[in-house]
Design a protein around this ligand. Structure first.
Ligand SMILES: Cc1ncc(COP(=O)(O)O)c(C=O)c1O
Length: 360
């Protein structure tokens, strides 16, 4: 029958009337930028994460640049970042004036660790970007114990937990993307910064608004980077369902385990104490071409997201050249995302496992 790589439409189907009503509400209000929907969603999202403040911005990439600047990162500073991540995690650093310094990952969790970060620290390190990759949780407290501030890149981790705490409430600040395919997605681009540091929140609020409080006087060079009212209204309809969807993702991962997939491929390992809302379910295989061919033959969706790690991408060469990241290069060569969604069924998982068996 085939299984798609992800399914964003089935979970939204029962919400269609509410979503239409939310869009109509914004149309009727004739407020489109920084109005009551954004304000309400910021407050609801901050509560959900367990952070004191949330600042809506235009996308997850600008969320990182703005959050880093709000944390005081600037020219001459270094920011430690994994290379096995979406390109934007590193791309967002140079616009602050700082430079990315690439660190390695744990081969089983795909996240950075205190040890891989320690190897990249220098006297110029001003922050570490802990990417909660694929929805797994980077060990923020262990990294902070090295004495450096942490920005969580939680673009892929809405709904994920580390113990009782949620992504977005662990570091000095955290950033989210609401790109439509994310765990919590809007109908365009959108992003968020969360923090419990009042001063960081205030600077981020100003930076997203041209470096101004009132658009009359300007304190610093900023950005035009706002979450808009329509997207905020759409996200408000979905937020109450995020935890249920996250649970669906966890159950799908359990189905994979129970289907014996771990005998055929390397399954992703949650970091200690984490309960990931798997955004992508990424497995490892020594002959990944064979796995791709077997899935393809069975009409199963798959994708190699980061076959070339970020430090080897052309625009990053100035900072990535010479970096020795063996776990990153191995993960880049062997990883493959297989179907994952909040509504992935046991039967679909069995179909994926049967196809993977053909590559064993
Ligand atoms: C890990 C990570 N960081 C940052 C981003 C950037 O988010 P956006 O696409 O909203 O700019 C993404 C989204 O794709 C991501 O996956």
């Amino acid at each position: 029958m085939g299984v798609p790589l992800f399914d964003t439409s089935t979970p939204l189907h029962p919400l269609r009337d509410e979503l239409r009503a939310a869009v109509a509400r914004v149309l009727d209000s004739e407020r489109y930028i920084l109005g009551p929907e954004v304000e309400a969603f910021e407050s609801e999202f901050a509560d959900h994460c367990g952070a004191d403040h949330a600042v809506g911005v235009a996308n997850g990439t600008e969320a990182i640049t703005i959050a880093l600047r709000a944390m005081g990162v600037g020219p001459g500073d270094e920011v430690v970042v994994p290379s096995f991540t979406f390109y934007a995690s590193a791309e967002a650093i140079p616009p602050t004036g700082a430079t990315p310094v690439f660190c390695d990952i744990d081969p089983e969790t795909y996240c950075i660790t205190a040890d891989t970060v320690r190897a990249a620290l220098t006297p110029r390190t001003r922050a570490v970007m802990a990417v909660h990759l694929f929805g797994n949780m980077a060990p923020v407290a262990e990294i902070e114990a090295l004495g450096v501030p942490v920005l969580e890149d939680a673009a892929q981790a809405a709904g994920s937990l580390a113990g009782e705490a949620r992504a977005g409430a662990l570091g000095s600040a955290a950033t989210f993307s609401f790109f439509p395919s994310k765990n919590l997605g809007c109908f365009g681009d959108g992003g968020m910064i969360t923090t419990s540091d009042e001063a960081i929140a205030e600077r981020a609020r100003t930076l997203r608004f041209h470096g101004s409080r009132d658009k009359v006087s300007y304190q610093q060079l900023g950005y035009n980077s706002r979450l808009d009212e329509l997207q905020a209204a759409i996200l408000r309809v979905q937020l109450p369902h995020l935890d249920r969807w996250a649970q669906g993702r966890r159950e799908a991962a359990l189905h994979y385990e129970h289907a014996g997939l771990g005998e055929l491929v390397a399954l992703p390992r949650p970091t200690d104490g984490a309960s990931p809302a798997w955004h992508l379910y990424v497995v490892g295989h020594p002959q990944v071409d064979r796995l791709e061919a077997a899935l393809s033959a069975a009409d199963i969706g798959y994708k190699a997201y980061y076959r070339t790690p970020v430090h080897l991408q052309e625009p990053m060469r100035a900072w990535g050249a010479g970096a020795e990241l063996p776990a990153t290069e191995r993960a880049a060569a062997r990883h493959l995302a297989i179907p994952m969604s909040p509504v992935l069924t046991r039967e679909q998982v069995a179909e994926v496992a049967a196809a993977a068996r053909a590559a064993a």
